[in-house]
Design a protein around this ligand. Structure first.
Ligand SMILES: *Cc1c(COP(=O)(O)O)cnc(C)c1O
Length: 226
C-alpha cells in the first residue's frame, strides 16, 4: 500500500463527489481509521499531511498516540468504537472527539468526568439506523431524547454518526441520519466508509471514516465486533 497516494486519491474523490452533489455537502473531512495500523503507517499518513485519525479501541489508541501527538500537536483523534463507562476517564484524556455516545449512562459518565477534570471531548451521537440488535447506537426514534438529555447536561453534542448494516443499500441510512441531524439542529454527519464514502458525501457527510482504502486490508481484531 502506498499511503500518501491512497490519501491523495481519496481526497480527490471526496472533492469530486462534493462537486457532483446536487445539494453540495459543506466541507467534508477525511477521518483516517487507523485501527490495527501500526505507528509507522500512521506517521506516513501524518507526513503526507493527514491530521484526523479514528480508532475503535481506547487501549490500542492509548498505546499508539501519545508519541504521535507529541510530534504532531495538531493531530485530532476520534473514537469511533463503543465506549464503556468505566473507560471514560482514559478516553476523555486522549480523544478530541467521541463519535459513539449512544446511551444516557455514558452521557452521565462523560458529564461527571467533565466536572472532575474540566475536560470533555466533542461528541457525536451514534445512531443504529438499521436497528441491529448486536450493534451499538441509539435507535432512530430514541435519538432526539438522548440528544436532549446530553444537552441538558451541557455536553458538547456536535453531530451524528452511523454504521449502516453491511448488507443494506447505505443510501436510506445516510438519508435518515441527515434528517435526524436536521431535525435536531446538528451540523455534523459522520457517515461513509471505504466502500461508500462518495455516496455519503452526496447525502451531506461532513466526516467520512475511511480505513482499508488508505491503509490496506486489516488483520481481524480479536474478541470484539468490527
Ligand atoms: C473500521 C471502521 C471504519 C472504516 O472502515 P473501512 O471499510 O476500512 O473504510 C469506519 N467506521 C468505523 C466505526 C469503523 O470501525
Amino acid at each position: 500500500m502506498n499511503i500518501p497516494e491512497n490519501l491523495a486519491a481519496i481526497l480527490t474523490r471526496i472533492d469530486a463527489a462534493r462537486k457532483a452533489a446536487t445539494l453540495p455537502a459543506p466541507a467534508t473531512r477525511l477521518v483516517a481509521i487507523a485501527k490495527t495500523e501500526d505507528e509507522d503507517g500512521i506517521r506516513e499518513a501524518l507526513r503526507a499531511g493527514q491530521r484526523l485519525f479514528g480508532e475503535n479501541r481506547v487501549q490500542e489508541a492509548q498505546k499508539k498516540y501519545p508519541p504521535l501527538k507529541n510530534d504532531f500537536p495538531d493531530l485530532e483523534l476520534h473514537l469511533v468504537g463503543p465506549l464503556q463507562s468505566n473507560k471514560v476517564r482514559e478516553a476523555a484524556a486522549l480523544f478530541d472527539v467521541i463519535q459513539s455516545l449512544d446511551r444516557e449512562k455514558l452521557a452521565d459518565a462523560l458529564a461527571a468526568e467533565r466536572d472532575r477534570s474540566g475536560k470533555c471531548p466533542r461528541l457525536f451521537v451514534q445512531v443504529n439506523t438499521g436497528e441491529e440488535p448486536q450493534k451499538a447506537g441509539v435507535f432512530p426514534r430514541q435519538a432526539a431524547a438522548l440528544i436532549a438529555y446530553a444537552r441538558e447536561k451541557s455536553l458538547p453534542v456536535e453531530g451524528l454518526m452511523c454504521i449502516p448494516p453491511a448488507e443494506d443499500d447505505a443510501a436510506p441510512h445516510f438519508a435518515l441520519l441527515a434528517k435526524l441531524a436536521k431535525d435536531n439542529d446538528l451540523k455534523n454527519l459522520s457517515m461513509g466508509m471505504s466502500g461508500d464514502f462518495e455516496l455519503a458525501v452526496k447525502f451531506g457527510a461532513t466526516h467520512v471514516r475511511v480505513g482499508t482504502a488508505i491503509f490496506g486490508t486489516r488483520a481481524p481484531q480479536a474478541d470484539q465486533p468490527i
